[in-house]
Design a binder for this molecule. Sequence first.
Ligand code: AMP
Length: 188
Amino acid sequence: MKLIIFGPPGAGKGTQAAFIKEKYNVEHISTGDVLREAVKNETEVGLLAKSYMDKGELVPDEVVIEIINQKISGLGDKGFMLDGFPRTIKQAEALDSALSNQNLNLDTVVLLEVDDEEVVQRIMKRQQIESRDDDSEDVVRNRLKVYREQTSPLKDYYSKKGLLHVVEGVGEVSDISKRIDNVLKQFD
Ligand code: AMP
């Protein structure tokens, strides 16, 4: 299976991605994880990315598109789940061409929907546990703004392609997993 999971920051993508990976045996590709690793290792990409990530801004499209192209080209036939990519229409278009170059198609796109105030509260909680640099309240609010302006247009983009499934991301984690599973089992 080849899918995208997206939603606002703090929607619970990471938690649900772990469930999907386990159940459907897909490769989990998270641009956020790749970038955090690059920041930690102080690579050239990491040093560039950090200045954007710290402010809750998107890292430039070219940088993340390059990361994804490399990841996808190494996958062969294996199923995958993209988490945190694409985040702009330009990235979505680049993904379309990367996939079509390899004769691959997406099966589905899952949008985990959670409203803004819930997101801010969740991330404040997460900050106490994980202390991510990009989890302060101002940065969270900026990430939400960026999400609304740059990422939410993907909803229309994938809806027009007939790929979008919206899942309510509020409630018990296991209930949300069940909702996602109900969508994904059609494509297994
Ligand atoms: P995430 O863990 O997915 O919330 O990503 C953390 C941060 O990494 C984001 O706030 C962005 O600064 C950066 N990032 C991750 N994925 C992308 C992407 N596809 N495009 C641009 N920036 C990204």
